[in-house]
Design a protein around this ligand. Structure first.
Ligand SMILES: *Cc1c(COP(=O)(O)O)cnc(C)c1O
Length: 404
């Protein structure tokens, strides 16, 4: 396209603002990729319109179907898991919806762990059930009950390791093996893992037997507490094509600026993961020795539920996310637990994790769990940020001291 005006027809300012004369010099290359933002993608000619393909990421057709920035982030998310395909979504909840909407139809059943991410559980319990999908819930540590809950209608099984809030680490290989044995008799079952906790760093989702791995990139891949994003990752071409079709039908792309923020954070993800892990384990061990604490729920500690399964799957890499929960001695009320959280000065009161600021939240699980929990005390979850660990410990100590 020539930006030049002709003397016969000087172009209007509005046109020149869109077609400026200035051309930057060639040869600019930076470490970080440029940010591409588009709805319309220009084709050089009509023949290209027919030739271009977005489904295999070999070219560009429309912003919603991908830009160089989103293709690159997809490729990096796939690579992180040793997989071939990734699809980006505008939240971490959306990949869960994408898997459910792709592989479940009325009359099917989905099997979820009792400690599944809360909004995903809610989606199943309400949205899916209202549309004729049966929702079955399993106690994540009970492989026999899990096997018994698999039915001829079960088409999707969800796994989460560690599970949300109560941090149980299930025996993933045993759950996958039970699913495959069932599948041999009753047809294909998709094993979907919410891999937000492991982030592709603590263990490999596909070696653990998952068909599909979903991530809330809002947590570690972003790391900044300022982006909402998710991904569905798979090694299987056919599953990817099915997911990609749903992704297109729902119109769930991500913006270039958000993708850029995550691309900027990914190179430091393992450093951040390990730093938060070290600090979290230090604080978890320290909390376990405090007289106000009933139990510390961290899968890398022996007091964590399923510690031996964490050890088996993550022991070699010795990695765990920097998030854990603890229960207070049962002499303390929920009101006292809230006062403890309120007294913290460095821990913000907020949802989410994986960001720079440490966060605390009290949870009441009495309405959201189908199975009884094996402890009595009030539960508080801590997400450890990047502050100095001695400062965090001092903050917890002063708040605990007020409990008496
Ligand atoms: C946060 C989270 C999600 C959802 O991510 P959002 O970006 O908040 O929608 C899904 N699964 C797990 C395990 C999470 O922690």
């Amino acid at each position: 396209m020539s930006p030049d005006s002709t003397p016969e027809h000087p172009r209007d300012l509005s046109t020149r603002l869109i077609h400026p004369d200035y051309q930057p010099p060639d040869g600019f290359e930076a470490v970080q990729p440029p940010v591409h933002k588009a709805c319309s993608v220009l084709f050089p000619d009509m023949a290209s319109v027919a030739q271009r393909r977005w489904t295999d990421r070999s070219s560009y057709t429309y912003g919603l179907h991908g830009t160089p920035t989103t293709y690159r982030l997809e490729a990096q998310m796939a690579q992180l898991e040793g997989a071939q395909h990734a699809l980006l979504c505008p939240s971490g909840l959306m990949p869960i919806a994408l898997v459910n909407l792709t592989f479940l139809k009325p009359g099917d059943a989905v099997l979820l762990p009792d400690n599944a991410y809360g909004s995903g559980r809610d989606m199943a319990w309400h949205w899916l059930r209202e549309r004729g999908v049966r929702v079955d819930v399993y106690e994540p540590m009970d492989v026999a009950a899990f096997s018994a809950a698999l039915t001829p209608q079960t088409r999707v099984v969800w796994l989460e390791a560690a599970g949300s809030i109560t941090m149980e680490f299930p025996d993933l290989p045993a759950l996958v093996a039970a699913t495959r044995a069932h599948e041999a008799r009753h047809g294909r079952v998709i094993v979907a893992l919410d891999n937000t906790w492991g982030a592709g760093l603590a263990f490999n989702a596909f070696e653990a037997g998952a068909d599909v791995s979903v991530h809330a990139m809002t947590k570690y891949p972003s790391g900044g507490a300022d982006v909402l994003m998710g991904a569905v990752v798979t090694r299987d071409d056919a599953l990817h094509r099915s997911l990609q079709r749903t992704h297109m039908h729902l119109g769930v792309g991500v913006g270039g600026n958000d993708a850029e923020l995550v691309l900027r954070s990914l190179p430091t993800m393992s450093l951040r993961y390990d730093a938060q892990d070290r600090a979290a384990r230090h604080l978890a061990r320290w909390l376990a020795q405090q007289p106000q604490i009933e139990r510390v729920l961290h899968p890398a500690l022996p007091s964590g539920v399923g510690h031996e399964h964490w050890q088996a799957l993550c022991g070699v890499r010795d990695r765990a996310a920097g998030i854990f929960s603890f229960t207070l001695d049962e002499r303390y009320s929920a009101g006292q637990a809230d006062a403890l959280v309120d007294a913290l000065q460095l821990f913000g009161i907020a949802y989410s994790w994986g960001g720079p600021m440490s966060l605390a939240m009290r949870y009441d699980l009495s309405q959201t769990r189908s199975h009884a929990l094996p402890w009595r005390g009030v539960l508080i979850r801590l997400a450890i940020g990047l502050e100095d660990v001695a400062d965090l410990q001092a903050d917890l100590a002063q708040a605990l001291a007020r409990l008496g």
